[in-house]
Design a protein around this ligand. Structure first.
Ligand code: ADP
Ligand code: MG
Length: 728
């Protein structure tokens, strides 16, 4: 083992930046491997083009005849680019992407063969689905699900395969993936928001939800990462003493991007361009060897697909540059973890960003309507929103090192806080002409000006308004954005429907004018959402105490947090919005709880193994060296030996203490795991893993990390933090 560490370090020194030439302009590369609108125009008949566009824009069904034309054109296009296989590409609840490749090649008898891709193969496929998680929806004896084409996300070529984005559902119709509920949620928010928009502009026919994610990650030398069994098996370090130099100096954040990393980014960005992923920014992050990549925002479904695709290709490109990408939320203790900020907004088919203030008082009232309704949606569903970002790995990040806490709150900035305060004072019922004028001129009308400097440097807010969008920052770097985006769009849809009902009631029953009714309902929302607004520093006891007084949830661990997914309220919400049936909600809860248990179980095994089989033997080895040394000193110095070997004797004792600590705690942890495994009830089992198994990780780690400081560096088996984090 120790030889592996030093071998890896030595090899890593020989790594040279792998030069990547950028021959073509990015704008020329963009979308080259995507079957996008442009390509469709070239390859499709008019019928096929209209059919697909109608499906994309209005969700119209595509008939068989059109599907045949589409598949045939897709095949021609793909063959012209050297493609041999096709696959239905989908996002099962394992959190990764899945694909099963089939060749276009088919024999037609008499020793002849053709390339074939029919409409039915495009539209529907039956993967062998038995090994994807289904949370009890599919019994194993009928382990069948099928994938179905999602025409709203264009097909693309990766390598020599034509990938067709699809949904993945059970034969009984329940969703088994991230995409299906997301598409339903996007539909729900479209309908609800379009109805509300009609108060302000009758021409609005469609509202689209947009997402711009920011992906943080660590880049670690591939060999060094491979030398650590914990990184290889769990994606994070389970032990390791912090490096003397960490991120204190902030020098990485402001520094230039190291060359090897830069070349990796160049190649990754080229791949992204070809796939139509509009990446735009790259920079260093706070922690050493931590980076970020962000695209221009896109329609939410497409953006989710693109993020999943990106996470996949990142790993492959990194490998070519001798790197391993760590997407885990907390790969290293004591320094910043990685998140995936989800910038979110809604915009109309008339080109208006509903979360951006406009030029007229009326458009600003529209802005306020969507702004305040979003806050209200978060207020009413904060626990569900927290659940949407819950995972074993994100638990480590939330509430530590500049990451948002597990308490959901909304940051809106000083100026908008003032605007809300003024609106809170609006008269009940009818407004006088003077009040209306005053509101329009001096409150609503001033918003664009006050917003100009709405900067937010409070990075700990989990949900912040940043000028023309909300930024959901609690999302973890490893997460599929589909989950939080489904929840966010669903709760906003529900809220907008409620809002419309209330406004209509005031118009119909109280005879209020439309804008009076809107002001009246918003005033009440402002009053009832105050608890969720928070501008201060998001961590520490002070905010926890304050949040508790405000009645906000603080579910620090995944098992606690996930319960909100199957509360009566959540189940009803998803049912009402046609996003998920009760069975689907429950299945997802089960899958996520099981995933949690499995993660902790694997980590426990790996940690036990490293501690007992790598660390303890090393400590014993070093202790023996010391014992030999003391024996030798005794021979030479006789009675005086105690003084000259004093330090060594203390060390020998200390090492024994830590060895004992490791063994006792590993035994305790193994027992706790065994006990947890006998529990039938899923929730109780997850809680046992969370409360009885996981805390022992810290005790084991503490002893190991202390030993790292005591034992001779030359025989220490595990690649150290400083080597992992500062090798460029
Ligand atoms: P930062 O948050 O790092 O200061 P920006 O405010 O420029 O940077 O934007 C961050 C992200 O927000 C980008 O990925 C961008 O695409 C996204 N974004 C900008 N406008 C919108 C919008 N209307 N809807 C969704 N995402 C958006
Ligand atoms: Mg941001």
């Amino acid at each position: 083992m120790s030889t592996l560490r030093f071998h890896a370090i030595k090899e890593s020194f020989t790594n040279k930046p792998i030069l990547v030439e950028e021959k073509e302009r990015r704008s020329d590369l963009f979308g080259k491997n995507v079957f996008n609108e442009n390509t469709m125009r070239q390859y499709f008949t008019k019928d096929a083009f209209v059919g697909v566009m109608n499906a994309i824009q209005f969700g119209k069904k595509i008939d068989r005849n059109i599907a045949d034309q589409v598949s045939s054109s897709m095949k021609d296009w793909a063959l012209s680019k050297g493609v041999t296989h096709y696959t239905h590409w989908f996002q099962p609840l394992t959190g990764t992407t899945a694909e099963k490749h089939d060749a276009f090649f088919e024999t037609i008898g008499n020793g002849m063969a053709i390339e074939k891709f029919g409409g039915s193969q495009l539209v529907q496929q039956e993967p062998d689905a038995s090994s994807f998680p289904s949370g009890g929806i599919r019994n194993t004896f009928e382990a069948r699900g099928y994938t179905a084409w999602d025409p709203t996300s264009p097909a693309f070529i990766y390598g020599t395969t034509l990938c067709i984005p699809t949904i993945f559902v059970a034969y009984t119709g329940e969703a088994l993936d991230y995409k299906t509920p997301l598409l339903r949620a996007l539909n729900a928010v479209d309908n609800a928001a379009t109805d509300v928009c009609k108060y302000f502009d009758k021409n609005v026919k469609k509202v689209t939800s947009s997402l711009g994610w920011e992906q943080e990650y660590f880049l670690i030398d591939k060999l060094l990462a491979a030398s650590r069994p914990d990184i290889t098996l769990t994606g994070r370090t389970l032990l390791g003493h912090s490096s003397a130099k960490g991120q204190q100096l902030d020098d990485h954040y402001f520094g230039s991007i190291p060359n090897r990393a830069l070349n990796f980014m160049r190649e990754l960005e080229t791949e992204c361009m070809l796939l139509g992923i509009p990446v735009k920014t790259r920079h260093n992050e706070v922690a050493p060897n931590q980076f970020e990549l962000a695209p221009i925002f896109e329609e939410a479904n497409l953006a989710v697909d693109h993020n999943s695709l990106l996470m996949d290709i990142m790993g492959r490109v990194a490998s070519r540059h001798n790197f391993k990408v760590l997407l885990h939320e907390k790969p290293f203790a004591g320094i910043n973890g990685s998140g995936k900020h989800n910038n979110w907004s809604l915009s109309t088919d008339t080109g208006v960003n509903l979360l951006s203030p406009g030029k007229t008082p009326m458009s600003n009232l529209q802005f306020l309507t969507f702004f305040i309704n979003t806050i209200k949606a978060v207020r009413e569903n904060e626990e569900l929103l927290r659940a949407s970002i819950a995972s074993a790995s994100n638990d480590h990040r939330l509430g530590a090192n500049e990451a948002p806490p597990a308490i959901m709150s909304v940051f809106i900035g000083e100026q908008l806080t003032k605007v809300l305060e003024e609106l809170e004072g609006v008269t009940k019922g009818k407004l006088s002409p003077e009040e209306k004028t005053e509101l329009k001129l001096n409150v609503v009308g001033k918003i664009p000006d006050v917003l100009l400097d709405n900067t937010d440097r409070n990075r700990t807010s989990p949900f912040a308004f940043t000028g023309n969008k909300f930024e959901f920052r609690a999302v973890g770097s490893l997460a599929n954005c589909g989950n939080p985006m489904t929840v966010l769009n669903t709760i906003v849809a529900k809220q907008l429907i409620d809002f419309k009902k209330e406004v209509d009631l005031l118009i119909d029953k109280k005879g209020l004018k439309k804008d009076e009714a809107v002001f009246n309902v918003l005033r009440e929302y402002i009053k009832s959402t105050k608890a969720i607004l928070f501008e201060g520093n998001g961590y520490g006891k002070a905010w926890e105490d304050e949040a508790k007084k405000r009645g906000l949830s603080n579910n620090k661990t995944t098992p606690e947090a996930l319960k909100a997914k199957i509360s009566k309220k959540s189940i009803a919400l998803f049912e009402d919005m046609n996003v998920m049936s009760k069975i689907e909600s429950q299945a997802r809860y089960e899958i996520e709880m099981e995933a949690y248990i499995m993660h902790i179980q694997i980590e426990g095994r790996v940690l036990g193994d490293i501690a007992r089989n790598h660390i303890v033997p090393t400590a014993v080895k070093y202790q023996n060296i010391l014992i030999e040394n003391v024996k030798g000193l005794k021979e030479i110095f006789e009675a005086k030996y105690k003084t000259v070997s004093q330090e060594q004797i203390i060390l020998i004792e200390e090492i024994s203490g830590h060895i004992e600590g490791i063994n006792a705690n590993v035994t305790k942890m193994t027992d706790a795991r065994r006990k947890a495994n006998t529990i039938e009830d899923l929730e109780q089992k997850a809680l046992a893993y969370c409360n009885n198994v996981k805390p022992l990780f810290d005790d084991i780690r503490r002893h190991c990390d202390k030993l790292e400081l005591l034992v001779d560096d030359e025989i220490w088996p595990l690649t150290k933090y400083r080597e992992l984090l500062f090798t460029r």
